[in-house]
Design a protein around this ligand. Sequence first.
Ligand SMILES: [Zn+2]
Length: 113
Amino acid sequence: MPNGNVIRGARVGSAPMRPDERHQPAPRQDVTYWCRNDHRVDIRIAADVEPPPLWDCPRCGLPAGRDAQNPPGRVRAEPYKSHLAYVKERRTAEEGEALLAEALAALRRRRGE
Ligand SMILES: [Zn+2]
């Protein structure tokens, strides 16, 4: 019997995480990063968290650092790739088809078809 656990964690009707009953916004800090292409990246994170030293620039994908005068160099030679591109790198189209067929079979079993 094939493993039917291809699709995880997507229970129909599962409730979203409930915010605190008495909702108080957690303290935040604004952090600015600069990439080598002079893109400014502003992020907002929890105040009690140490900002990560690097942040991927959302515009060009290069790593951005806290020091505007000295942005980090390219740490990886690859250009920016989408999540899908990484998935395609890890799995062939055939593997994708097999996973899809497996997931559909599991779905049909659950529906009693
Ligand atoms: Zn950039």
